[in-house]
Design a protein around this ligand. Structure first.
Ligand code: KG4
Ligand code: ZN
Length: 344
């Protein structure tokens, strides 16, 4: 079954063709990074305007790269939220029109569920449940237990900033560009992670929630009160010390969750920050040998993309095939609904 998927939740205009939830026939992403680098972050109206320019050409490109005609496509999948509503509306309206005109069923997908399925892409082998997933993105940060397809339990989430947001803000504090994650992880390679003792916020012993705003403030205070030269070495040491604080907290939370749920068969790391090599390395250290550790097979599946939306749509369709038809009325939602309530 071939699905044409669309994703426009933030600043990437993306379309992909996915076969049977795993095979990526095409995955086209028009990034707006250069546009938003000028303002140091995403301006929603600017992002939305760019989506309107890019959406149709990107969709055509996804079809032609996959060597597909419209007859080959059985369904359209689209991110319905959460995200920037002005961005989401471009994707959902495109999907509504295409679904109606081409008579294809329409499968709305939760953006974070899309990330949860990003580890399925490009894999043939069996993936075993239960899966513990750490989602680390610019806009969200959760620890989720998946007992079976679409049986999600959120164990914890961020109480303030998401990890990616903290990377972006720290990058801004020390004058690195947007997005901050890749810039920080690159600089951290030459830094001393022990130079600054930034706080590790673990919250209560049993808590799987995250909090990164205190860490961000600690970095800000360190930089503001520093009397010496803010040279490249200082910045590298800030990056390494900050990154280590984030990564240690995440590894500890995963370790605690594995202790509480010893039946977990696999641990997955997804979302934009899953591109971070230090985070992957640290998680590998706390995951027992008999538990499989996966992250998305390609870097382009870590950050926002449409391929993951196509994968998530396929597995939802397989569970409830009678539920979907051609639609014209998918409207975006900015709300982060409780996943399990929505899908059970
Ligand atoms: O999943 P994503 O594309 O967007 C959201 O759904 O939010 O994640 C984007 C985030 C940005 O905050 C970016 O700084 C971060 O992922 N990121 C990284 C790395 N690459 C991207 N953070 C840390 N290390 C990286 N290598
Ligand atoms: Zn995302």
């Amino acid at each position: 079954m071939k699905i044409l998927a669309i994703e426009t939740s933030c600043d990437e205009t993306a379309a992909a063709v996915i076969e049977d939830g795993r095979k990526v026939l095409s995955n086209v992403i028009a990034s707006q990074i250069d546009l938003h680098a000028k303002t140091g972050g995403v301006v929603p109206e600017v992002a939305a305007r760019e989506h309107t320019v890019k959406m149709l050409p990107i969709m055509e490109e996804a079809l032609s790269e996959a060597n597909c005609e419209w007859e080959d496509i059985e369904a359209i999948a689209v991110t319905e939220g959460p995200g920037l509503v002005s961005s989401l509306i471009i994707g959902t309206q495109t999907a509504n029109v295409v679904s109606f005109v081409k008579r294809k069923m329409l499968i709305p997908v939760h953006h974070i569920v899309g990330h949860l399925y990003s580890t399925w892409l490009g894999h043939d082998e069996e993936i075993k449940f239960p899966i513990l997933v750490l989602t680390v993105s610019g806009g969200h940060n959760e620890l989720i237990l998946i007992r079976d397809h679409y049986d999600f339990e959120i164990l914890g989430e961020t109480l303030d900033d998401a990890a990616g947001e903290a990377f972006d803000k720290v990058a801004r504090i020390i004058g690195l560009g947007y997005p901050g994650g890749p810039a920080i992880s690159k600089m951290a390679v030459n830094g001393d992670s022990r130079r600054f003792q930034f706080p590790r916020i673990f919250l209560e012993k049993e808590s799987f929630h995250f909090s990164f705003s205190g860490l961000k403030t600690a970095v800000l205070n360190e930089v503001m009160s520093f009397k010496g030269d803010i040279d490249e070495q200082f910045k590298a040491d800030i990056c390494a010390s900050f990154q280590e604080a984030v990564v240690e907290v995440m590894a500890e939370k995963v370790k605690r969750a594995l202790n509480k749920f010893p039946e977990v068969a696999e641990v997955h790391l997804v979302g934009g920050v899953s591109a971070n090599l230090r985070l992957r390395e640290k998680l590998q250290e706390v995951i027992p040998k008999d538990v499989i550790f996966r992250f998305p097979k390609a870097f382009s599946y870590c950050t926002d993309n449409a391929a993951m939306i196509g994968a998530a749509a396929y597995f939802l369709y397989k569970l409830q095939p009678e539920r979907f038809r051609a639609e014209t009325n998918i409207i975006p939602t900015a709300a982060f609904e409780i996943l399990s309530l929505k899908y059970l």
